[in-house]
Ligand binder design. Structure first.
Ligand SMILES: [Zn+2]
Length: 76
């Protein structure tokens, strides 16, 4: 099982456009199901990233879902 620190590192890599293997994405997803801290971190990370080139956007569950979809997406 991944540690929170590892999930954070992989989430950063994912947002930067680094490919993750299906094993890594699966491990992240399992961790996120159980870990409220990492779900919140990913939501904040996504809000930060999306706010950089554009207008700041309110946090909502759609953003969290988008990140989860990215984690789940096959291939790169
Ligand atoms: Zn965690």
């Amino acid at each position: 099982m991944l540690k929170c620190k590892e999930v954070v590192e992989k989430a950063d890599a994912l947002v930067d456009g680094m490919p993750l293997s299906w094993r890594e994405r699966l491990a992240m997803r399992l961790h996120l199901i159980m870990c409220h801290h990492c779900r919140r971190y990913i939501r904040q990370l996504n809000a930060l990233v999306t706010s950089l080139p554009h207008e700041p956007q309110p946090l909502d569950d759609e953003q969290t879902k988008r990140i989860l979809k990215k984690i789940d997406s096959p291939g790169n």
